[in-house]
Unconditional design. Structure first.
Length: 475
């Protein structure tokens, strides 16, 4: 049923209806629409606009409708334009035309953005929980391999030896930033648009503050015109999801590289791999590759919405219908992706021997020579030059740095004494980097402990926010 049309003498052309119809994707908002309708019903009752008896009748019908929607018993029909018209049809089928009385004091403009905020809060909290699970998988794996030695890379070239646990933990840090972004997003998103009407508020004695409280929002939107046209919270959510997707893509890239025959560092679990239809020997890192691939999808959805929003005038415009498909796609795909990536991380086994053997290759201990000279009072520029000469000598001899003789070392700089050879090894290089953010195992263990402590606080915040939200979903 259409929620408009009093001044029209004929229905929209079939092609226009097909273009305008959104119920095929905005049906996801149905439970949230019913919850916001019940909150709105309460202010209609408290203001005296509807009697207690009438409100009780409508509330009972909405409660039954909510159950039918969540169970799949009630579904939209081809003639329904959007989620709002479909639900009003369901309501009036139960109690007659009187069900439309709930429309007083609100518009689809403030209704849809309220529903969308409720949907997003629910799902961003679910995303937070899934990110926390992946973060813990990474931290557990980091702790398991904190004493494993591997080459660290810059520019995909061997740089310095590192604790492999340190290498893994870097991903947990990026996810911590993602969780922080969601928390910040919640602060800005927790404003209720309901009561803004089409754009100018309502002349009826409704209370936006009451509906805001009932729905779990922290406050009421400051400006009704902005409230119905604001989709900053959607764009921000899409950006956060795109950043999570980018971080998952980087995980996927590394897992793909590490599992190659050339590296041979990572052995993926069968449950998180696939085979080939023609090559029996293949074990493909499909989860890692899909993590990489879906990042483009998340970035594309963000770009699509920003392009829609960039030139919208005044208050609500129908262009805003285009916010939902991009959003629903990103939300559902990030939730689809996070669990298998966490599983892939948790079940991967790494080859300590191969990583350890690769750690000194590419003269990764050169910086140790420079640092040794600095500790002897040599200017770092001179120390850097001397270390570079040691690399030249080792290259000419086709040997590693620790294999140079004392005479060869001193040909590069007189203060390179024989005691350097005793400490010129990957274990010493890693242990020496014991700053709070460094790669020494004892430092990495403390980093993991701090990340877990922060994750526990985040998990508590998610639990509290979820309980607050679940309360709004109680009819």
């Amino acid at each position: 049923m259409a929620l408009w049309g009093g001044r029209f003498s004929e229905s929209p052309a079939d092609s226009v209806f097909a273009l305008s119809r959104s119920v095929q994707f905005d049906w996801r908002l149905a439970p949230y629409d019913i919850v916001s309708s019940i909150a709105h019903l309460e202010v209609l009752e408290s203001s005296g606009l509807l009697s207690k008896a009438d409100c009780a009748k409508i509330r009972s019908a909405l409660t039954i409708l909510f159950s039918e929607v969540t169970s799949g018993k009630f579904l939209p029909k081809p003639e329904d334009e959007d989620v709002h018209s479909a639900l009003e049809r369901g309501l009036t089928e139960k109690i007659g035309a009187f069900g439309s009385a709930i429309r007083a004091g609100r518009s689809r403009n403030d209704q849809v953005t309220t529903d969308l905020k409720l949907y997003l809060i629910d799902n961003m909290l679910a995303i937070s929980t899934a990110v926390l699970h992946l973060q813990e998988s990474l931290l557990s794996k980091s702790l398991e391999y904190v004493d494993a030695i591997a080459p660290g890379f810059t520019h995909l070239q061997h740089a310095q030896p590192v604790s492999f646990g340190h290498e893994l933990a870097k991903h947990a840090v990026s996810l911590e930033r993602d969780l922080s972004r969601i928390s910040d997003w919640m602060v800005r998103t927790s404003t209720s648009p309901l009561g803004s009407g089409a754009l100018s508020g309502s002349s009826l004695p409704i209370s936006p503050e009451s509906t805001a409280k009932r729905l779990g929002f922290d406050s009421v939107a400051q400006n009704s015109i902005d409230a119905v046209s604001d989709r900053d919270y959607v764009a921000e959510a899409l950006f956060i999801i795109a950043m999570i997707g980018l971080h998952l893509s980087r995980i996927g890239e590394e897992w793909s590289i590490w599992s190659t025959t050339e590296f041979g560092w990572a052995q993926l679990d069968d449950a998180y791999s696939t085979g080939s239809s023609i090559m029996p020997q293949k074990k493909n890192p499909d989860v890692a590759e899909l993590a990489r691939g879906k990042a483009g999808r998340f970035i594309g959805n963000l770009t699509a919405l920003l392009t829609v929003l960039k030139g919208l005038p005044f208050a609500y415009n129908r262009d805003l219908q285009e916010d939902k498909e991009a959003l629903f796609d990103s939300v559902e795909n990030i939730l689809l992706l996070l669990a298998p990536v966490a599983g892939m991380v948790a079940t991967t086994k790494f080859n300590r021997e191969k990583m350890r053997a690769a750690a000194p290759l590419g003269f990764t201990l050169a910086t140790e020579i420079a640092d040794y000279l600095v500790r002897k009072g040599v200017n770092f520029a001179q120390a850097h030059e001397a270390a570079g000469q040691c690399v030249q000598i080792a290259e000419a001899r086709n040997c590693d740095l620790h294999e140079l003789s004392e005479n060869e070392l001193q040909s590069a700089h007189l203060q390179l004494a024989g005691d350097l050879i005793k400490i010129l090894n990957v274990e010493g290089a890693i242990a020496a980097r014991a700053t709070s953010n460094g790669t020494a195992p004892k430092s990495v263990v403390m980093q993991i402990a701090k990340l877990r402590s922060n994750a526990a606080l985040t998990a508590k915040w998610v639990e509290t926010a979820s309980q607050k939200f679940i309360g709004t979903m109680t009819l």
